[in-house]
Ligand binder design. Structure first.
Ligand code: AVJ
Length: 324
């Protein structure tokens, strides 16, 4: 029987907190101003994102779930006996549950996330539903090296990186991440990764400008979080959500636009905004199947399989790493 979990393994809690204030001040002092999308996911942000995934315009999650449901049995062949599944940026466990239901060779599940609330909550529920599965959460920034729990380190590894989170990275950062994942997972390991696809601009635009205004709330919550955690005084009424498809760079860009000339105090510093000046808060890169395969090859990963939903909106790639 598995031991109860009181808390996730924590890595560098204090540096993580101070890197938030450092990153925010550096980003708001840069020209143009920017903030990292990894900071969207405090408790409120994680809840807003979950609500976004259920929106009619936000096709990504629906299409990825369709692929997982249809293809989990094929994916099962990629998993060695008694292996550990390592999920980078786990959030809700909806997707991994589809794999767990079809793949009996998964002996351990290692969700890695910087948002500990959801990590611990989901771990409890998975332990209840899969009593023979070792659920070993790790609270860490998955873009940086972290130690695998000893029980999982001893097993064969498969990586899982759904949601097209890889789209938040610049293409060269995506290559660096894939190299890092290859080193962590080890020679011969497989990676199952969700990647959103290039498509018509109107579908993309709608997915990031939803009618219910949840994406706007999600974007603005970053300022609310900075107010809460760093003692800033952003007036959310004075900023507007802006999202558009940059077709040259194959990416959705999200920004927060200052509606007027204003000055905001952040962690004791005064930040000046011109009217119309923006904070760039997110890029969400869209790939073609071939371009992503080439990018993965450049990071040492060879293709095993690729699947799309029926509408060809979203893709899941299975890759294997050659670390020699
Ligand atoms: C979680 C990064 C895949 O880019 O679609 C959703 C985040 N941003 N709506 C995405 C997001 C605005 C999402 N990813």
């Amino acid at each position: 029987m598995a031991a109860p979990i009181e808390a996730a393994v924590r890595y560098e809690e204090l540096p993580a907190r101070s890197s938030f204030v450092r990153d925010v001040l550096a980003g708001l002092s840069a020209r143009p101003k920017r903030l990292s999308p990894k900071y969207f996911y405090d408790e409120t942000g994680a809840q807003l994102f979950e609500a976004i995934t259920a929106l009619p315009e936000y096709y990504l999650t629906r299409c990825e779930l369709e692929i997982l449901e249809e293809r989990a049995r094929e994916m099962a062949r990629l998993f060695p006996a008694a292996s550990a599944l390592i999920e980078f940026g786990s959030g809700s466990s909806r997707k991994v549950r589809i794999l767990l239901a079809s793949i009996s060779t998964i002996a351990a599940y290692v969700p890695v996330d910087i948002s500990s609330e959801m990590l611990i909550q989901e771990a409890h529920e998975l332990r209840r539903d899969y009593p023979r599965l070792a659920v070993l959460p790790v609270e860490a920034d998955f873009t940086k090296p972290f130690a695998l729990p000893a029980a999982a380190a001893a097993m064969a590894h498969t990586g899982f990186f759904p949601g097209s989170t890889i789209g938040n990275f610049e293409p060269q950062e995506a290559v660096a991440f894939l190299r890092h994942a290859g080193r962590m997972l080890g020679h011969g390991a497989a990676l199952i990764i969700g990647v959103d696809l290039v498509k018509d601009a109107s579908t993309l635009h709608a997915a990031y400008n939803d009618g219910a205004g949840l994406t706007a709330k999600f974007n603005l919550n970053l300022l609310a979080r900075i107010n809460r955690e760093l003692g800033a005084d952003f007036d959310l009424e004075n900023f507007a959500h802006r999202a558009f498809y940059n077709s040259e760079r194959h990416r959705i860009e999200m920004h927060l636009v200052s509606k007027k000339r204003q000055s905001v105090s952040v962690a004791g510093r005064s930040i000046e905004f011109q009217s119309g000046e923006t904070i760039h808060t997110e890029n969400s890169y869209k790939y073609t199947l071939d371009y992503f395969t080439a990018l993965a090859r450049g990071a040492g990963w060879n293709p095993l399989a690729v699947w799309t939903d029926a509408g060809k909106n979203f893709s899941i790639h299975a890759l294997t790493v050659d670390t020699r």
